[in-house]
Write a protein of this length. Structure first.
Length: 388
């Protein structure tokens, strides 16, 4: 037997496991758990999209695609992004198809970070950002936000966090974990500071199709920001395609070519059959997106009103499929709350603290579950909260 830990890299040793994992593992060992913990749609991918994949297999399209992805898919993405951002991304030089938005984030960070470069992350944030910055050799810097301000990054807080080592900021709107959507004017105020300090922006727009109250604004569409924005998106959320592992990145040609170099060695290309499915999703999938969106909106309204009624106060999030209520009235930490709720009522939620210090005192509940399950979970939560 060799001493395996002796061989591990310091990077691997120092990387902390995701705080979400711990709760999934705990819940996995229990029966009858209703999970509001997972960050993925409860819908199955639309049949026409699955069928396009099946057809591609029937035709024998089982080899690699070009490194950047099928040109037909990149053309569809370009067409789609033009509608969203009002900007033209050249499918041949400014678009790259990736293995989920996750890989797009990874290569975007690796393409721009030198050792010690600081990357600002809005706290609370999606758990992968800080880890990916670390893995790329950078320094993640969490910028705090407040529940009373709907966890919106304030320009003053942004400016105060900038040092001469700051290279970029990651913006995620609609946000995981808070569901908060930044309006055009709010993005414009951040853009002023970003331009003043010459920062790059990684804009994670994976939830852009899932906004419920107002029209979505892409950061790349803000005046003067297109060239300094690396736009990341994908098929997982809007098209209910998490398992297909397909995303993309759109950026200035030089950034894109740098990412493509990393991608061609580490990934070669995104899965071919998933790319054929994605073409169909972009061509004919938006009626189903509208249908799912309507359903999420209805569930959001139900969950927000029930949580506020039981004293777990929360703002009405404009997008994604998460609510982020305060659990302060219970005097528990967010981890204690999640653990006790799971053990006593078999409802899984995620403690806000796993998303950053600003998340302490809150929990993340995903409403990507059926109405019946949500109603059942809310009843159990009410019973749990009534004890305090
Ligand atoms: N960004 C955010 C904000 C997410 O919530 C997720 C999925 N939880 C991802 C990126 C990763 O998405 P994908 O499945 O496309 O890798």
């Amino acid at each position: 037997m060799i001493e395996h830990s002796h061989y591990l890299s310091n990077t691997a040793k120092n990387l902390k496991p995701s705080g979400i994992r711990k709760f999934f593992d705990l819940a996995a060992g229990m029966e009858g758990v209703i999970s509001l913990g997972v960050g993925e749609p409860d819908f199955v991918t639309s049949w026409n999209v699955r069928e396009a994949c099946i057809q591609s297999l029937e035709q024998g399209y089982t080899s690699y695609t070009g490194n950047a992805g099928l040109i037909e898919l990149r053309e569809e993405i370009s067409y789609y992004l033009q509608k969203i951002t009002n900007k033209y991304y050249n499918p041949k030089s400014q678009l790259l198809v990736t293995v989920g938005a996750s890989q797009a984030l990874d290569i975007a960070l690796r393409a721009i970070i030198n050792p010690g470069d600081e990357v600002l992350i809005i706290d609370p944030s999606f758990v992968s950002y800080a880890a990916l910055v670390d893995l790329a050799g950078g320094v993640p810097v969490m910028v705090r936000t407040k529940g009373e301000e709907e966890f919106k990054l304030q320009p003053e807080a942004l400016e105060a966090a900038i040092t001469d080592k700051t290279k970029a900021i990651i913006i995620c709107s609609p946000s995981n974990p808070t569901g908060t959507v930044l309006r055009k004017e709010e993005l414009e105020r951040l853009a002023v500071i970003i331009e003043k300090h010459d920062l790059l922006v990684i804009s994670d727009e994976i939830y852009s199709e899932l906004t419920y109250d107002e029209e979505y604004t892409s950061f790349a569409s803000i005046e003067g920001m297109t060239d300094r924005t690396i736009l990341i998106s994908g098929f997982s959320k809007a098209f209910a395609m998490t398992g297909w592992r397909l995303g993309y990145v759109a950026a200035n040609e030089e950034f894109l070519q740098a990412m493509l170099k990393i991608h061609q060695y580490s990934m070669l290309c995104a899965p071919t059959m998933a790319q054929y499915a994605a073409i169909e999703a972009l061509k004919n999938g938006f009626d189903d997106v509208a249908h799912m969106k309507k359903s999420y909106r209805q569930r959001r309204n139900l969950v927000v009103s029930a949580l506020n009624d039981m004293g777990l106060t929360c703002h009405t999030p404009g997008g994604a499929f998460y609510v982020f209520p305060s659990i302060r009235k219970t005097n528990l930490t967010s981890e204690q709350f999640a653990e006790q709720l799971l053990l006593e009522e078999k409802v899984a939620v995620v403690p806000g603290s796993v998303f950053g210090e600003s998340g302490e005192g809150y929990i993340r509940c995903s409403y990507a579950s059926s109405l019946e399950q949500l109603q059942e979970a809310l009843k159990k939560m009410q019973r749990f909260v009534d004890k305090f």
